[in-house]
Design a protein. Structure first.
Ligand code: C2E
Ligand code: MG
Ligand code: MG
Ligand code: MG
Length: 286
């Protein structure tokens, strides 16, 4: 009997695996057309100053809203785009769209915030990726106070000399370079010494458990301390409640980002925020 159940389980998992592969194949095949059809958009999630609550940065997060069916998350389609190579076109689209949006916002009088875009390791395999980024900024008349980038630790570790040179050039031009998901990569602290970065974003797993787990709290505190000692800006991602925020305030974290403050939102909603609209005043916060 146990054997039969075992075989049933195997068949069940094989079916699941099969369904998943079919879905991936299907999404992969639709990605390029989706780009041509304008099915992608950028949502923006504010990063606020822990001390003042002011919106300092907006992280651009890509969304795929197919003509039919529900929104597909980047966690699902970015890896597919990386595998198919479409990530290069997609990455260029993200840069262009972020630049266009920032120019529009500046023209409307919103001068305070910067936009940070995510750049994945696969994108930097193209030696001209960061140069294209700089070209886009220039073409739009934008500078370091307008757009920054987020890279994960692994990207830095795997970066070759060309990429590092480009990063150093961006760094010396004052462009913000943040390490995303800090603390979760396969890296040693010594890379903080070598790589041109301006900010650390502490991974949300540490933030999540900090109120209840002394070890997570210790790592969070250590990351803030080391970041500050190295002259870096420290951001906490995934802040979801007041307990987490109070710890971060106590530890003098610079910027906080998470559902406790704002979810990623379409540009139109961001605009209302930048215009001084306070969400809690109109509708009960959700
Ligand atoms: P990430 O850069 O670490 O982005 C943070 C993710 O955490 C976002 O998910 C965001 O919606 C989510 N998040 C924000 N606050 C909270 C919170 O309080 N609690 C929880 N549980 N989650 C929160 P999203 O938008 O699904 O993006 C997932 C990942 O996809 C990003 O992780 C990033 O690695 C990648 N990604 C997103 N947009 C782009 C893009 O334009 N280009 C590239 N290359 N990658 C992107
Ligand atoms: Mg990010
Ligand atoms: Mg992150
Ligand atoms: Mg992440």
């Amino acid at each position: 009997r146990a054997k039969l159940e075992g075989r049933g389980a195997v068949r069940f998992f094989q079916q699941k695996l099969h369904d998943e592969l079919v879905r991936q194949h299907d999404l992969s095949a639709r990605l390029e057309e989706a780009l041509d059809n304008g099915e992608f958009s950028l949502h923006y999630q504010p990063q606020v100053s822990a001390a003042s609550g002011r919106i300092e940065n907006l992280e651009a997060l890509i969304r795929w809203e197919p003509a039919e069916g529900p929104t597909i998350s980047p966690g699902e389609f970015i890896p597919l785009a990386e595998r198919s190579g479409l990530i290069h076109r997609l990455g260029e689209w993200v840069i262009e769209e972020a630049c266009r949006q920032q120019v529009e916002w500046r023209a409307k009088g919103f001068h305070e915030h910067r936009i940070d875009i995510n750049v994945s390791g696969r994108q930097l395999v193209r030696p001209d990726a960061l140069k294209n980024f700089e070209d886009s900024l220039q073409r739009h008349g934008l500078g370091p106070r307008d757009i920054g980038i987020e890279l994960t630790e692994n990207v830095l570790i795997e970066a070759d000399e060309t990429v590092l040179e480009d990063l150093r050039r961006l760094y010396h031009r004052g462009i913000r370079i943040a390490i995303d998901d800090f603390g979760t990569g396969y890296s040693s602290l010594s890379y903080l010494k070598h790589f041109p970065v301006t900010a650390l974003k502490i991974d949300r797993s540490f933030i999540h458990d900090a109120p209840t787990q002394p070890k997570d709290r210790a790592i969070m505190e250590g990351a803030i301390f080391i970041g500050h000692r190295l002259g870096l800006e420290v951001v906490a991602e995934g802040v979801e409640n007041a307990e987490q925020l109070s710890l971060l305030l106590e530890m003098h974290c610079d910027l906080v980002q998470g559902f406790f403050f704002y979810r990623p939102m379409p540009a139109k909603e961001i605009e209302r925020l930048l215009g001084g609209f306070v969400p809690g005043n109109e509708e009960p916060s959700s």
